[in-house]
Design a protein around this ligand. Structure first.
Ligand code: OGA
Ligand code: MN
Length: 203
């Protein structure tokens, strides 16, 4: 693995996922890369490249503001050096997860997401009814100087009934088991940027 930041976090990530089904890591990738990714998300938004996100997949896909208010654009390899570095880091993480858990994760799909002020995503699981490939969810946040009173937390509902809020601070990476951990995005008073993605196994 060539990414020192993420490499040093791997043992903790693997321990956390094994013991509690989720992991939160601050400063997961170099700050310079995080800034480039934030700038790219902003310029994609300014160029009109982001589209309102749908809920569900295939024929059931529908844009429903009440459930989810973000706009997204999928990452493809070769779009920018920053995106390629991010995809490379996630691929190394994918391989480490496979070695630790024998999950047979085949690929990683990811999109930029922009929540305008007031937008939210109601409580849900990251697994489609008709497609069970999404296995581990990964959200990487791109927002400098996020303050407690700005809202916008990712609220996790771990199985023990507890609630846990994660602020979308630049450099924070959250991982969780897609089919098991209900979660929601609370509305914020400022724009909220992230890269959200899923490690997938074979259908
Ligand atoms: C999602 C999601 C969480 C976040 O896109 O499925 O739950 O914090 N995102 O952006
Ligand atoms: Mn989700």
């Amino acid at each position: 693995m060539n990414d020192q930041h993420l490499q040093r976090l791997l043992p903790q990530i693997i321990d956390d996922l094994a013991s509690q089904g989720w992991s939160r890591q601050a400063h997961a990738l170099p700050q310079s890369l995080t800034r480039e990714l934030a700038a790219e998300c902003h310029s994609r938004a300014q160029n009109g490249a982001l589209s309102p996100a749908g809920v569900g997949r295939g024929q059931g896909l529908a844009v429903r503001e009440g459930i989810r208010g973000d706009s997204i654009q999928w990452l493809e390899p070769g779009q920018s050096a920053a995106c390629d570095q991010y995809l490379q880091a996630m691929d190394e993480l994918r391989q480490a997860l496979n070695q630790a858990f024998y999950l047979g994760l085949e690929d990683y799909e990811s999109h930029f997401a922009l929540y305008p002020p007031g937008a939210f995503y109601q409580k849900h699981l990251d697994r489609f009814r008709d497609d069970d490939r999404r296995t581990v969810s990964a959200v990487y946040y791109l927002n400098d100087d996020w303050q407690d009173d700005q809202g916008g937390a990712l609220r996790l509902y771990p199985q023990d009934g507890a609630e846990l809020d994660v602020l979308p601070t630049a450099g924070t990476l959250v991982l969780f088991i897609s089919a098991e951990l209900p979660h929601e995005v609370l509305p914020a008073t400022r724009e909220r940027l992230s890269l959200t993605g899923w490690f997938r196994r074979r259908a």
